[in-house]
Design a protein around this ligand. Sequence first.
Ligand SMILES: NC(=O)c1ccc[n+]([C@@H]2O[C@H](COP(=O)([O-])OP(=O)(O)OC[C@H]3O[C@@H](n4cnc5c(N)ncnc54)[C@H](OP(=O)(O)O)[C@@H]3O)[C@@H](O)[C@H]2O)c1
Length: 247
Amino acid sequence: MQTRTALVTGANGGLGTAIAKGLAIEHHMHVLVAARQMPDARETADALRSAGGEATPIQLDVSSDESVAKLRTTIEQAGGRLDVLVNNAGRNSMTEQSEASLGTVDMKTALGEFDTNALGALRVSQASFELLRKSDAPRVINVSTEMASLSTAATDFYPLAPSYRISKVALNAVTVLLAREWAKHCILVNAYSPGWLRTAMGAPEAPYSADEGAETALWLATLENNGPTGRFFAEMRRMGQPVVLDW
Ligand SMILES: NC(=O)c1ccc[n+]([C@@H]2O[C@H](COP(=O)([O-])OP(=O)(O)OC[C@H]3O[C@@H](n4cnc5c(N)ncnc54)[C@H](OP(=O)(O)O)[C@@H]3O)[C@@H](O)[C@H]2O)c1
C-alpha cells in the first residue's frame, strides 16, 4: 500500500507536533511538517525522523497568500498527493486586556485572529483541493474549540474571548461549507475541539497533554470512507469515544 501523506499546519509545537507525531509514528504517514519558520519545521521533522517516522519540513504562514501559493508546488515535489490536511495553526489573544469586553476589542487583533484561525484554514484548504482529490480517502481536520459552540456561548463558563471565539465560529462555518461542497469529491471535512491543553496557548494546569488532545485528530484522519463529514467533535479523552458537539 502507498504511504499516505499528511500536512499539519503549525506543527512546530504544542498540539500540531503531537498530531504530526501520531500521524507519522502511530499511523506511518509521510507528514509534511509546516511551520511559519523553516528552522522550526526542520527541527520538528528531524525529531520525527529520529523517532522512525517519515517527515518533510515545509515553510508555511497560513495568513500569507504568497506563502500558501507556494504550497501546491511544494506538495507536488513531495509526492503530488495529499491524503490528510490538519488545519491546526492558530492564535489566541484571550489574555489581552482589550479582550475582556466587546466594547474594547481591538479591530487589528480581531482581524489578525480571523485571518489566521478562519481564513488561514480556508486558504490552505483551497490550495490543497486538487491534491486531496488525488487521494482515495481524503480527510480535512479543522482544529476548533468548544468556545466556538454558539449553542452554549451565552451561558458557558469560558472567558469572553471575543476575537478568538468569533474566529473559531467562522472556522466552524468553513468546516460545514467545505464539507457540503466537497462531499461530491468524497472529501470528509470535520472540526474538533482538543480540550484544554498543556501547551503554550493552554496552561500548565490544563487537564490534557498535547498527545491526548491529538487523539480525536488521529481518529478523524483515519475515518472510513463512509465516516462522518461536516460535524464538530469533542475531545475523545474526556468522553471515551467520539462525541458530536452542537455548533
Ligand atoms: N491549547 C488549548 O487549550 C487549545 C484549546 C482549544 C483549541 N486549541 C487550538 O489548538 C490549535 C493548536 O494550539 P496549541 O495549543 O498547540 O497552541 P500553540 O502551542 O500556541 O501552537 C500554535 C501553533 O500555530 C502556529 N501559528 C500561529 N499563527 C500561524 C500562522 N500564521 N501560520 C502558521 N502557523 C501559525 C504557531 O506557530 P509559531 O510557533 O510560529 O507562533 C504554533 O506552531 C490552535 O488552533 C488552537 O486554537 C487549543
